[in-house]
Design a protein around this ligand. Structure first.
Ligand SMILES: [Zn+2]
Ligand SMILES: [Zn+2]
Ligand SMILES: [Zn+2]
Length: 383
């Protein structure tokens, strides 16, 4: 996430609908990817960004869910003729809102979804609602398991992501996290994982990346149902920590892909936040064994490969520090995972695939994310 500021200089955060200092209305313009104070436009019910460098300045309306429980702060360009913003338009089904907790669950899930979509847009990945004219698009069904009805299972099928809204409840999520032996379970984690399955269909399935995918992850034609049954009955292979990012990733190539893609999104989104707040890791007195080009999926182009290694090594350093910060507050580790060489190869595969989709120079991490070559410093510890 980026830092944003009101015209009065008060910091603004991604979910804000108003500036708490000057009271200005605040909205997010997905086309310019900017969150800022708004001014009323001449036409009633329309708004302009307080500082819009575009001429003529664009006019927007509020997303129709802004005044509802969702409290969405995204803007809809007036020429779109839509009631809902780009994010809310992707939600096809919501739970029954007068049932307990559903309004706040929906608000939390939609907030996480906007955050995840923001990062996808930054990576140049296509996000648009699935429709008759856009069959490759995306939709979300946010559903509650009703008493006596079928259990709602979180998952993805053919562009439709289903999320059980109870995943927004801390007690529910924690119970499943513990039962399944997962180190990490969050709403944004679910969204990134299921989006990974969606993007496999879009970016890999019918493309020349498919044979390359199979070389790195194995064949997805392995019986999926049988693989998952085996995973839940027998657990992961003993050496999974040397080849996968999580035990679940070891269950099937599709799940390995989804976990790897989700971790790539964790990495990019979190490092963007750190960069935007100008935290400087170059002076952190922590020695890490930096990953080198042996772990890359492709060695060329060299500049792009080095840029990728810069991100990954910054991530290893930062997560060691952030985990220690979390422990200082008695909180669970922010990133309870340990990278290994094969995982870095898979993340680089994801990175190359995304770069291929959006050709251009791979962006290197800024100097503030440099990994220092410290002498006599200690190794990060596992929590
Ligand atoms: Zn303000
Ligand atoms: Zn909206
Ligand atoms: Zn999955």
């Amino acid at each position: 996430m980026k830092t944003f500021q009101c015209t009065c200089r008060q910091p603004l955060f991604f979910d804000n609908t108003e500036c708490i200092k000057c009271g200005a209305k605040v909205g997010y313009d997905p086309s310019a990817r900017v969150l800022c104070a708004l001014r009323p436009a001449k036409r009633t019910g329309f708004w302009r960004l307080a500082r819009d460098p575009r001429r003529p300045a664009r006019e927007f309306r509020f997303c129709a869910t802004r005044e509802q429980s969702v409290r969405c702060n995204w803007l809809v360009p007036s020429e779109d003729g839509e009631e809902l913003c780009l994010s809310c338009r992707l939600t096809r089904t919501i739970p029954i809102l007068d049932r307990p907790k559903n309004a706040s669950r929906l608000r939390d899930i939609e907030s996480g979804k906007r955050r995840v979509l923001f990062a996808l847009q930054n990576l140049g990945l296509p996000v648009a609602a699935k429709s008759e004219s856009n069959p490759k698009g995306l939709l979300f069904d946010l559903l509650e398991s009703l008493p006596g009805g079928p259990a709602v299972l979180t998952g993805h099928a053919d562009g439709v992501i289903t999320l059980n809204v109870a995943e927004a409840d801390d007690d529910y999520r924690e119970k499943f996290r513990e039962n399944l032996g997962e180190p990490y379970r969050t709403v944004v984690g679910h969204l990134r994982h299921e989006l990974a399955h969606y993007f496999w269909d879009v970016l890999v399935r019918d493309t020349d990346w498919l044979p390359r995918f199979r070389e790195v992850f194995g064949s997805e034609e392995t019986d999926y149902g049988a693989a998952l049954r085996h995973h839940y009955a027998a657990g992961p292979p003993e050496d999974w920590r040397t080849r996968f990012i999580s035990a679940y990733a070891a269950s099937h190539p599709w799940e390995d892909w989804a976990e790897s893609f989700a971790h790539y999104l964790h990495l990019r989104a979190t490092l963007e936040t750190v960069t935007s707040y100008r935290l400087n890791t170059a002076k952190v007195p922590l020695h890490i064994d930096a990953f080198t080009s042996d772990a890359l999926y492709l060695q060329e182009p060299k500049e792009s490969a080095e840029a990728f290694l810069g991100w990954v090594n910054a991530w290893v350093l930062l997560t060691a520090v952030l985990n220690e910060v979390a422990r200082s507050m008695g909180q669970p580790d922010i990133y309870p995972f340990v990278m290994n060489g094969p995982v870095v190869t898979k993340l680089h595969f994801v990175h190359c695939l995304i770069q291929d989709h959006r050709p251009g120079k791979a962006e290197a991490p800024p100097a503030s994310l440099a990994v220092p070559e410290a002498e006599g410093a200690s190794q990060p510890s596992e929590g």
